[in-house]
Design a binder for this molecule. Structure first.
Ligand code: ZN
Ligand code: ZN
Length: 132
């Protein structure tokens, strides 16, 4: 919890209880959860929490740059606390999103065909090795 608090403070964002809890859950869960999943987990600890609060808290974490929404499934956003550039693998069978380390020459150089790169987002879809 202390680590998460320090991270929020370093981004000048007030470490409210909801922000701390949700960010801690995001850093511990490697499953890139949906809003519904986060809401379900949070409700166990904070029975009075609303889905709107979860949405707003996630938005403030994204704005502060400590979480990223991932749009892959085409149905819903998933959330990631790993804000370092990495790729994702989406399993169409079990719905898991896995982190992938992919070397990208263009990203390393910081430019592609003369365009300056600021962020990298990439993903693959398929069947994960557990489902195969
Ligand atoms: Zn799978
Ligand atoms: Zn990720």
């Amino acid at each position: 919890m202390e680590k998460v608090r320090k991270l929020l403070e370093s981004k000048n964002i007030r470490p409210t209880y909801q922000r701390l809890k949700i960010l801690k859950y995001l850093t511990e869960s490697k499953e890139h959860p949906t809003v519904d999943r986060i809401y379900g987990v949070m409700k166990k600890d904070i029975p009075t929490i609303s889905k709107t609060t979860v949405y707003n808290t996630l938005n403030s974490l994204v704005e502060a740059g400590v979480a990223l929404p991932i749009i892959i499934t085409g149905k819903e956003a998933r959330f990631d606390s790993n804000v370092m550039p990495h790729h994702h693998f989406y399993c169409e069978k079990c719905g898991k999103i896995l982190d992938l380390k992919v070397e990208c020459e263009h990203f390393k150089k910081g430019s592609i065909h003369g365009h300056s790169i600021k962020e990298l987002h990439g993903y693959y879809k398929g069947i994960c090795k557990n489902c195969l």
